[in-house]
Design a protein around this ligand. Structure first.
Ligand SMILES: [Zn+2]
Length: 303
C-alpha cells in the first residue's frame, strides 16, 4: 500500500520536476537575474511555524503544513504538500516520530528535512505495545526543549542565509529570553504550591511535568487526542481524581469536552482547558497561550 503510494508520488512529482529542470535549462537565456529571494521554509505544525517566524521575521517566508483547526497527530501530507516540500529551502519537523509521514519520503533525495528535536533527550512512551521503542514527541511544551528547538531552527536559518546572521541571532536571543522569563515565573510559582498532580486530557505534558517535578495523569489512555475513552477508563479517572483530591479535569480546545465533563460532574468539580498547543489560535501568540495554560494548571496545583 505504502509502496504504491510512493510510486504514485514519484510519477506525479519527481518526473514533472525533472522535466521542469530540463525546460528551465533550455530557457536559461531568457531569465532575468533577480535579487536574492527570501528563504522559503515549511514547518510541519503550529509551534514550529511560530518559532521560525519569530526568528526569521521578514527575512523568511514561512508556511505551515497542517492546516488551521486540524489536529496534527494523525495528519498526513497530500501530494500537493509534498510538491511544496520539494520547492522550499527546508522543512522543519518536530521529530521523535511526531511526523510519521517523513518515513515515506525517504525516496525524495532533494527534500531537506530539519529535525528540531536534535539534542533533546527523548522520553520513551510507556504505552507502546510494539517491540520497537517509540518516543513521546511533546517537546514543544517544555521550556527547555522548546529552547533547543528554537536554537536548532536558528542554526539552520544562519547556515542557509549567513548574511543575516546578526538578525537571526538577535531575534532568537530575544525569544529565548522570553521563554526564560516564563520558565522562571513557573518555577517561582510552583515553589509556593503544595500539590503536584494533575489530570490532562491526553499525555502531552510529560516533558513539562518531568522538569517541574509534577505528576501527569490523563483522561485518555492513548496519546492520540482523537481516541474516545471507554466507560472503564472514565471510571478509573473518577477514582483517581477522588484519591488525589483533584477538582479540575482538563479538556482541550478541539476535542469534545463531554468526557471530561462526565468525570468532573462525578467529583463535583469543573472542566478547564489545558491546551497541548498543537493547533494555532490566531488571536494569541504561542507564548501567551503557554502562560495561559499555566494559569489553569495553577488552579489545580496551587489552591
Ligand atoms: Zn499531542
Amino acid at each position: 500500500m505504502k509502496q504504491t503510494k510512493v510510486a504514485t508520488i514519484l510519477i506525479i512529482i519527481v518526473i514533472p520536476l525533472i522535466s521542469f529542470y530540463v525546460m528551465n535549462d533550455s530557457e536559461e537565456n531568457f531569465t532575468v537575474p533577480t535579487e536574492k529571494t527570501k528563504l522559503q521554509v515549511l514547518t510541519s505544525f503550529y509551534p514550529l511555524y511560530e518559532f521560525t517566524k519569530m526568528i526569521g521575521g521578514d527575512k523568511v517566508d514561512v508556511e505551515v503544513l497542517v492546516p488551521p483547526g486540524i489536529e496534527p497527530h494523525d495528519w498526513e501530507p497530500t501530494i500537493k504538500d509534498i510538491q511544496k516540500m520539494n520547492q522550499v529551502d527546508f522543512v522543519v519537523i518536530n521529530g521523535l516520530g511526531f511526523e510519521e509521514w517523513v518515513r515515506d519520503l525517504s525516496n525524495f533525495k532533494n527534500l531537506s528535512i530539519v529535525d528540531s528535536s536534535v539534542g533533546i533527550k527523548p522520553i520513551i512512551k510507556t504505552e507502546s505495545k510494539s517491540q520497537t521503542i517509540s518516543y513521546d514527541p511533546h517537546i514543544w511544551l517544555n521550556p527547555n526543549s522548546m529552547k533547543k528547538q528554537v536554537q536548532n531552527i536558528t542554526a539552520e536559518l544562519i547556515k542557509r542565509d549567513p548574511q543575516n546572521l546578526q538578525f537571526y541571532k538577535k531575534n532568537s536571543e530575544s525569544y529565548l529570553q522570553k521563554i526564560n522569563v516564563i520558565d522562571t515565573k513557573i518555577k517561582d510559582r510552583l515553589e509556593e504550591c503544595t500539590k503536584r498532580d494533575f489530570i490532562a486530557f491526553h499525555d502531552a505534558f510529560t516533558y513539562f511535568a518531568k522538569d517541574y517535578e509534577l505528576n501527569q495523569y490523563t483522561v485518555l489512555k492513548s496519546s492520540d487526542p482523537i481516541m474516545e475513552p471507554t466507560i472503564q477508563d472514565i471510571e478509573e479517572v473518577i477514582n483517581l481524581a477522588k484519591n488525589l483530591d483533584i477538582k479540575i479535569i482538563f479538556t482541550e480546545e478541539y476535542v469534545n469536552p463531554k468526557m471530561s465533563q462526565i468525570i468532573a460532574d462525578e467529583i463535583n468539580g469543573k472542566v478547564l482547558i489545558l491546551s497541548p498547543l498543537e493547533i494555532q489560535d490566531k488571536e494569541k501568540t504561542y507564548l501567551e497561550r503557554f502562560e495561559e495554560n499555566f494559569k489553569n494548571l495553577e488552579l489545580v496545583l496551587c489552591t
